[in-house]
Design a protein around this ligand. Structure first.
Ligand code: S3P
Length: 247
């Protein structure tokens, strides 16, 4: 665990911390998405402790992650990963970066939902490949076709990561040094759950709700996935709106 830096948080950050309470900010996403680098940055920005769950696993087991995989196999690693993360979550607020497979565990997801705000760092395949090629310590990528492995994992895991509270494209998060893009705004919208206003449009069978609030558009995918799990969605737009907001 790293000691929080001395810088006091500014007004916006203080408000965010107050809304966060004892919950942790939990980064999830695939290997190479930047969970550790960005998590560290966000922790420093908010003067919170930073913890990387893989490092904690290595500390408690006195073994590296590749050694754990080799000696005990993936199922044992997953069981330890779950225990370590559930324990860490009891000690918020903090910023916690999790290994790429951690959020695939239903109990871990439940615990994160109770004790944290989950942030999915979403990255495309090229960015992931670029980043994972810098380190050779990932057992799942010890494979003649690491790109193929990542592609398969994207297919399996992205629908689950999409249920995180907030989705942030890694490229955006890496862009700015002081602030993590507009995450703090999005967190503000999320952690202050009273912020969005719901307008109910009463049209009988065709009734629907309109949500109005800051940061909602960037989380639309997450919101749709939560309301209609497992379904496919189409976006109907026009050239002007698409140019500004489709991505
Ligand atoms: C894994 C990701 C790794 C590590 C382990 C398994 C995965 O963490 O937990 O090698 O299943 O995606 P990072 O995502 O930090 O590389």
């Amino acid at each position: 665990m790293n000691a929080p830096p001395a810088n006091p948080p500014d007004e916006g950050q203080a408000a965010l911390l107050e809304q966060l309470g004892s919950r942790s900010i939990v980064f999830v996403g695939l290997m190479g998405a930047g969970k550790t680098a960005i998590g560290r940055k966000v922790a420093a920005m908010l003067s919170l402790p930073f913890i990387d769950s893989d490092q904690e696993i290595e500390t408690v087991s006195r073994m590296s992650v590749p050694e754990l995989f080799e000696r005990y196999g993936e199922p044992e690693f997953r069981a330890l990963e779950q225990r370590v993360i559930l324990r860490l979550l009891e000690h918020g607020p903090q910023v916690l970066s999790t290994g790429g497979g951690a959020f695939m565990n239903a109990q871990t997801r439940e615990a994160i939902a109770v004790h944290g705000v989950s942030v999915w760092l979403k990255a495309d395949l090229d960015l992931l490949m670029e980043r994972v090629s810098k380190k050779q310590n990932r057992p799942l990528l010890k494979n003649p076709d690491p790109r193929g492995v990542l592609e398969r994992l994207m297919g399996e895991r992205y629908p689950v990561y999409a249920t995180a509270d907030i989705t942030v494209p890694t490229r955006d998060a890496l862009r700015s040094s002081r602030r993590c893009c507009d995450c703090d705004q999005r967190w503000g919208a999320f952690v202050n759950k009273t912020a969005p206003v719901k307008v109910e449009v009463g049209l009988g069978d065709r009734a629907y709700d309109i949500l109005i609030g800051p940061g909602l558009l960037s989380d639309a995918g997450t919101e749709i996935a939560r309301r209609l799990p497992g379904t496919r969605a189409a976006i109907i737009t026009d050239e002007n709106v698409a140019a500004a907001h489709l991505e």
